[in-house]
Design a binder for this molecule. Structure first.
Ligand code: IPM
Ligand code: MN
Length: 344
């Protein structure tokens, strides 16, 4: 039995509530002989207010020792924008080299979609997680004056692009449709765009069984709405992937269902699993938060750690629950209902 030593970062707002449900389902699905050990980390707005710390080095060192991390949500209106995002969430993704930000989208039965005809949506976005415009490479001159100049320079390395593109080809190869779409904007962002396209084509020669396609990001947003069934695996830059996956969530039952994994495929560092949604301070404490995205993130966590049957059980339980889910239900009730299904 491969026991699981899990770090838990509930974080802010509804993060606390949804993580509790994720852990409930995780405990329920694991076989008796797999021991689950968890350690909670107090990180987020509260900690910052109390100590001024976002992610101290000592905590980073401790986190490194776990098999994986389950994170709820980070962010609070009482903290200046960017402090926790950069100082905690992005710091974790960068420090643990989470270069594959995996974001599956599936239109489950009985869930709301603004799209007509309930298209058969089942794709996964492989969002690059450690480079692009997220690196903080830039600056501002004459800040706050009418002559201010600000730059935000996107970093793209052949090393970084090739490894994420290769991971996406591997994922595409393992899926029935074997199709991979590169999304970029190489008609305008010519330098980074050509690096991505060249490596996409070059690596693609090693995967003759995978059908490839290229779309500019603006055109991709149209197809997300008019023909999302065309997508199987999508590989894209950090910022394009951020935007596209919110759109993907919006057309597949909403942000309450969107799961993600920040994956370090080499296993050098723990991977981190989190719902795509934020801390939703407006509904925190009301019991209205939907824990499904966190529970589906737990499925990704199980799959990553090699517990494939358990991962599938969680996904099937979510699908069955959604098919029969009553309109008004609390966070806790949803967690209970899914936990009962995975255990039964
Ligand atoms: C996400 C979030 C983060 C991102 C923010 C909170 C830094 O929007 O996980 O998609 O931009 O990656
Ligand atoms: Mn986002």
């Amino acid at each position: 039995a491969r026991n699981i030593d899990l770090a838990v970062i509930p974080g802010d707002g509804i993060g606390q509530e949804v993580v509790a449900q994720g852990l409930k389902v995780l405990s329920a699905v694991l076989p008796q002989d797999v021991k689950l050990e968890t350690r909670q980390y107090d990180l987020g707005a509260r900690r910052w207010h109390e100590t001024g710390e976002t992610l101290p080095d000592a905590e980073l060192e401790r986190l490194k020792e776990h098999d994986a991390i389950l994170l709820g949500a980070i962010g609070d209106p009482s903290v200046p924008s960017g402090v926790l995002e950069r100082g905690l969430l992005l710091k974790l993704r960068f420090a643990f080299d989470h270069y594959v930000n995996l974001r599956p989208s599936k239109l489950f039965p009985n869930t709301a979609t603004p799209l007509e005809g309930r298209p058969d949506i089942d794709f996964v976005v492989v969002r690059e997680g450690t480079e692009g415009p997220y690196v903080g490479n830039g600056g501002s001159l004459r800040t706050g004056t009418p002559a201010e100049v600000a730059t935000e320079v996107s970093l793209n390395t052949a090393y970084g692009v090739e490894r994420v593109v290769r991971d996406a080809y591997e994922r595409a190869k393992a899926r029935p449709r074997r199709k991979l779409t590169l999304v970029h904007k190489n008609n305008v962002l010519v330098h980074a765009g050509h690096l991505w396209k060249n490596l996409f084509d070059q690596v693609g020669r090693e995967y003759p069984e995978v059908t490839t396609d290229y779309l500019h990001v603006d055109a991709a947003t149209i197809f997300f709405v008019t023909d999302p069934a065309r997508f199987d695996v999508i590989v894209t830059d950090n910022l394009f992937g951020d935007i596209l996956t919110d759109l993907a969530a919006a057309v597949t039952g909403g942000i309450g269902l969107a799961a993600s994994g920040n994956i370090n495929p080499t296993g050098d560092f723990p991977s981190m699993f989190e719902p795509v949604h934020g801390s939703a301070p407006d509904i925190a404490g009301t019991g209205k938060a939907d824990p499904t995205a966190t529970i589906l993130s737990v499925a990704l966590l199980l799959r990553h750690l090699g517990h494939e049957p358990e991962a599938t059980r969680v996904e099937d339980a979510v699908s069955a629950d959604l098919a029969e889910r009553p309109a008004a239900r609390t966070t806790d009730e949803t967690g209970d209902a899914i936990a009962v299904r995975v255990a039964g």
